[in-house]
Design a protein around this ligand. Structure first.
Ligand SMILES: Nc1ncnc2c1ncn2[C@@H]1O[C@H](COP(=O)(O)OP(=O)(O)O)[C@@H](O)[C@H]1O
Ligand SMILES: [Mg+2]
Length: 355
């Protein structure tokens, strides 16, 4: 029997989403093949081996379940190959075969954890350090998409310093090259935090400030009037992208409120699009996945422009929301997978990549 360590929580604005994703993963690991340990990382970065109920992870009460918490940390020491657990009567080492970091956003899917796991020499699920870091940064992914010729919205990347030096120049360039409406977003964030739709020039400065509050680098994009399509990709060097889904946000765009508060955006799987659009999304998703060096899984997001039907790349998420009602799992389930089958495949892919 192999031993998997599932990491949940994390120092990230998407901490709560991670708790729900991790609970779903924990409940679907095949216990005949795997023994499971779980480590929770609090919002301020404390690590605990957690031995209590999965339901308490999902609702966040695990952190008060003190009888089931033991301070622990992943060791960078390759001879440990896993956790150092700080028991009341001393420390012990716990070897693991593979780590599944079910962590979203900063510090979880941006390459930081992946770099640490590479240093520790432990196989792990998902993209490696470089790929995770590239996929997290929208200026980098947009540059790669341009480079390989995958169509996307017109865009501009700006650093805080560049903006401070010539704000007026940026305003002019944005108006002339992108027009309105346009979108302003932090290069590195997620969950639509710091993303603003700007409909007129006088609203640009506050949108830029909101994006710079999240990151020192931002992107401005031409606003696309179209539908939002998502594609689940699974695999290492020969990825599969069997299904395309569609999201109709319940708000003006798919903002934080629409994602997590109102949460009554409509999902359609398969997406209500013609065959050619469906195939283009699948192909472009795999091209982006390969160009960014992804492994394990990713969800690649697109628009289909209303005016001409063109498929445009938007962004890639290397550890997408992973509950049974998340788009990623629902798409693969619609393509014939089971949730447990997805988890098993991802663990196998991790061992294949790093073994
Ligand atoms: N260029 C664009 N045109 C139209 N809508 C956009 C554009 N960029 C982002 N959006 C809207 O904002 C949402 C969040 O932006 P996205 O780039 O996906 O960032 P995040 O990583 O925060 O999810 C999208 O789902 C979409 O609704
Ligand atoms: Mg998005």
């Amino acid at each position: 029997m192999k031993h998997v360590l599932i990491l949940f929580g994390g120092v990230s604005s998407e901490h709560e989403v991670s708790l729900r994703s991790a609970a779903a993963v924990i409940d679907h690991v095949d216990r005949d093949r795997w023994s499971v340990s779980t480590v929770g990382i609090t919002k301020d970065g404390k690590w605990y081996l957690y031995t209590g109920e999965t339901a308490k992870i999902a609702d966040g009460s695990w952190i008060r379940d003190t009888a089931n918490l033991t301070a622990a940390a992943l060791s960078p020491d390759r001879s440990v190959h896993g956790l150092t657990v700080f028991d009341a009567n001393g420390t012990r080492q716990m070897r693991v075969d593979v780590v599944f970091p079910v962590l979203h956003g900063k510090n979880g899917e941006d390459g930081a954890m992946q770099g640490f796991l590479q240093l520790a020499g432990i196989p792990f699920v998902g993209c490696d350090m470089l790929s995770s870091a590239m996929c997290m940064d929208k200026a980098v992914t947009n540059t790669i998409a341009d480079h390989i010729g995958v169509p996307q919205a017109k865009w501009l990347g700006v650093t805080r310093t560049e903006y401070a030096q010539d704000a007026e120049g940026l305003r002019k360039k944005a108006a002339a090259y992108l027009g309105f409406p346009l979108f302003v977003k932090p290069a590195n964030a997620g969950s639509s935090v710091g993303v603003t739709k700007v409909c007129a020039p006088d609203a640009l400065d506050s949108a830029v400030a909101a994006a710079f509050a999240e990151d020192a680098k931002i992107v401005l994009e031409e606003g696309i009037d179209g539908i939002e399509l998502e594609c689940a990709v699974i695999g290492n060097e020969s990825p599969e992208a069997p299904m395309v889904g569609e999201i109709t946000p319940c708000n003006d765009f798919y903002d934080y409120e629409a994602k997590y508060v109102a949460a009554d955006s409509a999902l359609h799987i398969p997406a209500r699009v013609d065959e050619e659009t469906f195939r283009t999304v699948q192909q472009d998703a795999c091209r982006i996945y390969r160009a960014l060096g992804c492994s394990g899984l990713s969800r690649v997001d697109f628009f289909r422009r209303k005016s001409d039907g063109k498929v445009l790349f938007n962004e890639i998420n290397t550890i997408p929301g992973f509950t049974s009602i998340s788009m990623y799992a629902k798409m693969l389930v619609a393509a014939g997978w089971t949730f447990g089958g997805i988890v098993e495949r991802l663990l196998t892919l991790a061992l294949e990549k790093w073994g």
